[in-house]
Each structure stands twice: as structure tokens, then as C-alpha cells.
Design a protein around this ligand. Structure first.
Ligand SMILES: [Zn+2]
Ligand SMILES: [Zn+2]
Length: 132
């Protein structure tokens, strides 16, 4: 099934032509800053399956220490994907940008060791101090 998504302002649209991976909720301090929320919801997908179909010129990349790039819409600020130099064949899709239904489960809470003190996790999904 092909998935479709877009940023908040719809300047950027994309499609995912392969399967989504189970979703990781990342509670690390960097994802909290990047989303302005308690965690980022991320599906690691094959880079070859991810295609920008509209508005590539609006994308900007914020390069971080450790070879991580966070790619977002420069008009509205929506995070779309992140990439790591160490895993060039994978992009980490921010699933809040999807317009099509999610057909994979949430598999993990990651970086629970540094989660926001103001957010309590109240579900049975496995929790990991750092990476699953
Ligand atoms: Zn946008
Ligand atoms: Zn994170």
C-alpha cells in the first residue's frame, strides 16, 4: 500500500511506496525540542521508498552532531524525515505528517530514560531507556 503525506502548509507532499515499519515513540530531549511535544513518532523506512512529490524546494535540513539531519518544511516548520549518515538506506519518517491511515503498530517507547518529567506513559508498549 502506498502512503501519502504532507506538511502543515501542504507546500511539501510525499509518498511512501514500500511498507512502513512499526512506529517508535522517541522521548529523547532532541526529539522533544524538534517537535515541541512529549515525543516524536517515527517509522524507519527504506530511503528508496520515500519520494517527495511536491515542494522539494521548500525543504531545509538542520544538520546535527553525530551525522543526523532533520529535514523540515521551511514555510511551516513541519518535521518530515530525519537521516543518519551511518544508515544512508533508511529515512526516519515523522508519521504525524501522514494523510493515509497507519497500518503498523507502535512498537516501542525509546529514550524513556530522558523523557519529559511532565509526561507519564500509561500503556503496555515496551519501554527502553535508550534505543530499542
Ligand atoms: Zn509546510
Ligand atoms: Zn529522539
Amino acid at each position: 500500500m502506498t502512503h501519502y503525506g504532507s506538511c502543515l502548509c501542504s507546500a511539501v507532499e510525499y509518498e511512501v511506496t514500500g511498507p512502513l515499519a512499526p512506529v517508535i515513540l522517541c522521548h529523547c530531549s532532541l526529539c522533544r525540542k524538534a517537535t515541541g511535544s512529549a515525543f516524536a513518532a517515527i517509522s524507519p523506512i527504506a530511503a528508496a521508498d520515500f519520494h517527495i512529490t511536491k515542494g522539494e524546494e521548500f525543504l531545509r535540513s538542520y544538520s546535527m552532531e553525530g551525522g543526523v539531519q532533520r529535514i523540515f518544511c521551511s514555510q511551516c516548520g513541519s518535521p518530515i524525515i530525519s537521516k543518519r549518515d551511518s544508515t544512508p538506506n533508511i529515512v526516519r519518517l515523522r508519521i504525524g505528517s501522514l494523510n493515509t491511515p497507519l497500518d503498523v503498530p507502535i512498537s516501542a517507547h525509546a529514550f524513556v530514560g530522558s523523557k519529559a518529567a511532565w509526561y507519564d506513559i500509561n500503556d503496555e508498549i515496551p519501554q527502553y531507556e535508550e534505543r530499542p
